[in-house]
Design a protein around this ligand. Structure first.
Ligand code: PXP
Length: 242
């Protein structure tokens, strides 16, 4: 069955807006379990703007769900992953000034560094996923570098969808579909994430080869109105029964 990993970064964003001790990320992690999420994702950014090192340590110790750590491919982050042993790592590019992750990794650059990080994580039995644009060449390199999975960046699709530009988002959806089919054909697990919400999720969820969805902002936003448990259940239903 396809899975939903709930990204809890924006529970921490709300907390950091006032530097308070609430809302509690541990309570959120517990609700993820109760609601039937398949995993929890945390992005420990280099600037620590939302998730902190302590959040990662605590969630690692309390959750029964598979934990994915999103991180930049740096030595500092590798050391943190080594210490905390998440079930999976998703390598993402990071730019300090960006509001959120703005694109996939470019595997035609920095291959040596990314390869050494992939090898070290795999040596520790941590599953490695690379966050990439829906570009066949990038996915091919991901396989050559030994990644277990690729998460397709759906951010561009999401922006086109919100601007209600049907021909443009359909074009991007086709790129996503072709990329996912190609990835599966060469033995990669194919995931999708970024900018996915309750309306744009349906066309993506109809692509049967997508194994996992990584979704955060829209779920946390909806939880303000309906509660976190219901927000997770509603998204899980959409991805399982589009
Ligand atoms: N996947 C990746 C690689 C991300 O960087 C993010 C944002 O941290 C997400 C998924 C979740 O995106 P959103 O919060 O827009 O659902």
């Amino acid at each position: 069955m396809r899975s939903l990993s709930v990204n809890l970064d924006h529970i921490a964003t709300l907390r950091e807006a006032r530097k308070t001790s609430y809302p509690s990320i541990t309570t959120a992690a517990g609700i993820c379990e109760v609601a039937g999420a398949d995993g929890i994702t945390l992005h420990l950014r280099e600037d620590r703007r939302h998730i902190k090192d302590r959040d990662l340590e605590i969630i690692r110790n309390i959750t029964l769900l598979p934990l994915t750590l999103e991180m930049a491919p740096t030595e500092e982050m590798l050391e943190i992953a080594t210490r905390n042993k998440p079930d999976a790592v998703t390598l993402v590019p990071e730019r300090r000034m960006e509001i959120t992750t703005e694109g996939g990794l470019d595997l035609t650059k920095d291959q040596k560094k990314i390869l050494s990080i992939i090898q070290e994580l795999k040596r520790q039995s941590i599953k490695v996923c690379l966050f990439l644009e829906p570009i066949i060449e990038q996915i091919k390199i991901a396989k050559e570098l030994g990644a277990d999975a690729v998460e397709i960046h759906t951010g561009k699709y999401a922006v086109l969808f919100d601007r209600f530009n049907p021909s443009k988002y359909q074009e991007e959806l086709n790129h996503i579909k072709e990329s996912v089919e190609y990835g599966v054909s060469i033995g990669l697990q194919m995931n999708a994430g970024h900018g996915i919400h309750y309306h744009n999720v349906r066309p993506l969820a109809k692509i049967p080869e997508i194994s996992e969805f990584s979704i955060g902002h829209s779920i946390v936003s909806r939880s303000i109105f309906v509660g976190l448990e219901r927000a997770i259940k509603e998204m899980a239903e959409l991805i399982r029964n589009p």
